[in-house]
Design a protein around this ligand. Structure first.
Ligand code: UDP
Ligand code: MG
Length: 319
């Protein structure tokens, strides 16, 4: 029997890319020995993306859509598609054609050779990324690698192939906050990374703002590490010990006959410094507490408004 591939694509305001994307992918995959299906997830787009996907699903019997009830974010859109994929392998990629389809045969070869996860990472010399974006991205990967137990390549992307064994495990993970790039590294298995040069966006604008990316970066680091809490404790410990050194200083000044009021400036400086450290530490603890709060609610990662996939009643489990 032919093996089947599921291509899962999250799309947010990508109306102009859908038909071109499908035709490119069909062209590439037709020449392989596999059956394939496309699951396109409309992540609460404000444009005509969903209709474009529906049109494609009328043209091609193997194009499916999932309409989410609102914009949940790329990782959550990906999860909804992965949860419902039926292939022996799942390929995840962007809708804007920045993830070049010509890499697929290479990824499939590694899969046939026994790798369970084939992921891609951006080559350093990416002509489509501005200088400051490169720096911010480097900083993020340095941060997450230093603060957590997983190691992510610089510029690792969401363009990857996952064997069904891996998919099975990923579906079991019940976390409120999802960061696929980290999770895929964390699950282990036989992994192979291949470098790629991203293409220019086919049409449209990248939809993540700087603030969104900053939030994502902090969220991702916190999802994979409690080390910032240790750092907070360490800071507290260091400064409380250091402040002990202040006592002999006061004693010596007293006996040396210095005027007590002369310490006023240094006192204010010390108080505001420790006030700041305390707020920082409380903030870090508060952020983790917030995450625990959200996790304990056990809200779903995504909500489906409609789909043409065969689903069992309201459970949205693929038959
Ligand atoms: N995307 C999504 N939900 C969002 C934002 C983006 O599903 O809230 C999709 C988007 O349609 C695209 C992919 O995620 O297929 C990558 O997004 P984008 O091109 O905006 O980001 P970048 O290329 O900078 O990673
Ligand atoms: Mg893009």
């Amino acid at each position: 029997m032919k093996k089947k591939l599921s291509v899962v694509i999250p799309a947010y305001n990508e109306e102009k890319n859908i038909s071109f994307l499908i035709s490119e992918l069909v062209k590439t995959l037709k020449s392989t020995e596999y059956d394939f299906e496309f699951i396109l997830v409309d992540d609460g787009s404000k444009d005509n993306t969903l209709n474009e996907i529906k049109i494609q699903s009328e043209i091609h019997h193997n194009v499916f859509y999932i309409e989410l009830s609102k914009n949940f974010g790329k990782d959550y859109a990906l999860k909804s598609g992965i949860d419902m994929a039926t292939g022996n392998a799942v390929i995840t990629m962007d809708a804007d054609l920045q993830h070049p389809p010509y890499l697929l045969p290479k990824m499939l070869k590694f899969w046939e050779n026994g790798f369970d996860i084939i992921y891609t990472y951006r080559e350093d010399a990416n002509p489509h990324v501005k200088g400051y974006q490169k720096m911010a991205s480097k900083l993020f990967y340095k941060g997450i690698n230093a603060l957590s137990d997983i190691t992510l390549e610089n510029g690792i992307s969401d363009f990857r192939l996952l064997d069904e064994k891996v998919i099975r495990e990923l579906r079991k993970i019940d976390e409120y906050e999802i960061f696929f790039r980290g999770m895929v590294k964390w699950v282990g298995f036989l992994q192979k990374g291949i470098p790629y040069t991203p293409a220019k966006r086919h049409t449209g604008e990248a939809s993540y703002s700087f603030l969104n990316l900053a939030k994502l970066a902090i969220g991702s680091i916190m999802a994979f590490s409690v080390r910032p809490l240790y750092i907070a404790t360490g800071l507290g410990l260091f400064f409380s010990l250091a402040s002990l050194l202040y006592i002999p200083y006061i004693a010596i000044s007293y006996f040396a006959g210095y005027d007590a009021v002369s310490g006023w400036a240094s006192l204010i400086a010390t108080i505001s410094f420790f006030g700041g450290i305390q707020l920082l530490v409380l903030g870090i603890i508060g952020m983790y507490l917030g995450k625990i709060f959200l996790q304990t609610k056990h809200r779903p990662n995504y909500i489906i408004r409609s789909t043409n996939l065969n689903v069992v009643k309201n459970d949205y489990i693929r038959i």
